[in-house]
Design a protein around this ligand. Structure first.
Ligand code: PLP
Length: 377
């Protein structure tokens, strides 16, 4: 063992792998998972589909996942009323792999990706792994996008990829379709793709506000989606994208690993998609719980960012780590991420939400007392 230095890539030396803590406390509200496990009916359907796929497991899977892509097209049509051709849909192991493939095909040495901070912490990793440079434009104080700054950055940095996360993580903020259109126009003039990461789209307030509606008009838009959040399928690892043209999908096929989606993955995801309406009714429950929790946090005098996702971003705390820590002591894990002073909480089950809100009430009033005492000094 001794005396051997791994020939690790220079840019990876000293880096730490992505990882939020797992499984440490009873109430886990830290990674935006859907808190509801699948129903027995769904479990049964997945089991049967997996058993059927296992009978042919000696063969390589359909490398183009055609049946699954057809099922995803049907789902998008049901969820958003938008018809996307199967040739324009692509699937992978989570939308993380979709994004990695987009960076692989359209990034690379000498290219840039434009993001809007604060945003999803994985983008810099896809960029690093594809040797793409990241340029980030700061969001406004309310976490919306500064449209003029965005357009200017597109012209100045000439990215090949513009990443619009809507709803955004960790803030929950949506980007309006009008803004996405303006940015896409600017991107089109310099030949850039616009990737709209809609991981949380199903939780949006305005049903019409999905960039899927723009695919027909903008040949450079890619909409990325996932089954991780709305379907409660994070452990199944299934993400996908809808594109304006089959050429984009053909480009992704150049960089995907051969047979990247196993026969088991394809079969299980198709079985889960059969229960889309069941998942969407859960989404409606989570969305109304989110709205209620937002009201409760606001009534404690906290600032809550407008959210179209299954989580809330709230602050501002002089010492957010103290709040995070106090919650952990009560068995509740939330996420300490994004700008200093802010915290993110995923929406859980009714009882988890109640527990969290009650703890926050006690913590916030405790802080006020502290504040009052200090004030009288
Ligand atoms: C959770 C999340 C994803 C989903 O990743 P999967 O690989 O599909 O689980 C993608 N984008 C953002 C912004 C997310 O927060």
């Amino acid at each position: 063992m001794s005396g051997f230095d791994l020939p690790l890539r220079k840019d990876l030396i000293g880096q730490t792998p992505y990882g939020a803590p797992e499984d440490t406390v009873p109430v886990r509200l830290n990674v935006n998972e859907n808190p509801y496990p699948p129903s027995e009916k769904v479990i049964e359907a997945i089991s049967q589909a997996v058993a059927a796929a296992a009978r042919g497991i000696n063969r390589y899977p359909d490398r183009d996942a055609v049946d699954l892509r057809a099922a995803l097209a049907a789902y998008l049509s049901m969820e958003s009323g938008i018809k996307v051709n199967i040739d324009c849909i692509w699937a992978a192991n989570g939308s993380n792999e979709i994004m990695a493939q987009l960076f692989g095909a359209f990034g690379g040495p000498g290219t840039r990706a434009l993001t809007f901070d604060p945003t999803y912490s994985m983008y810099p990793e896809y960029a690093r792994d594809s040797f793409t440079e990241v340029v980030s434009v700061p969001r406004r104080r309310d976490f919306t996008i500064d449209l003029a700054a965005a357009i200017e950055a597109v012209a100045e940095h000439k990215p090949t990829l513009v990443i619009l996360t809507s709803p955004n993580n960790p803030t929950g903020t949506s980007i309006t379709l009008a803004e996405i259109e303006e940015i896409s126009q600017a991107a089109q003039t310099i030949g850039a793709l616009v990737v709209v990461d809609e991981a949380y789209a199903e939780f949006r307030g305005d049903r019409g506000a999905t960039a899927l509606t723009l695919l027909d008009s903008y040949p450079n838009i890619v909409v990325s989606r996932t089954m991780s959040k709305a379907f409660g399928y994070a452990g199944g690892r299934l993400g996908y994208c809808a594109t304006s043209s089959g050429d984009i999908v053909q480009a992704l096929k150049l960089v995907r690993l051969p047979y990247h989606l196993s026969a088991i993955s394809q079969a299980a995801a198709m079985a889960a998609l059969d229960f889309a309406s069941e998942s969407l009714s859960r989404v409606a429950e989570i969305t109304s719980a989110r709205n209620q929790m937002a009201r409760e946090l606001s009534s404690m005098g906290l600032v809550v960012a407008q959210s179209d996702a299954n989580f809330l971003f709230f602050g501002e705390f002089a010492d957010r780590h103290a709040i995070w820590n106090a919650l952990v002591e009560q068995g509740i894990l939330i996420r300490e991420t994004g700008p200093v002073g802010w915290l993110r909480v995923s929406i859980g089950t009714a009882s988890e939400n109640e527990l969290f809100v009650n703890c926050m009430k006690a913590l916030v009033s405790g802080q006020e007392e502290l504040h009052d005492q200090n004030g009288t000094d």
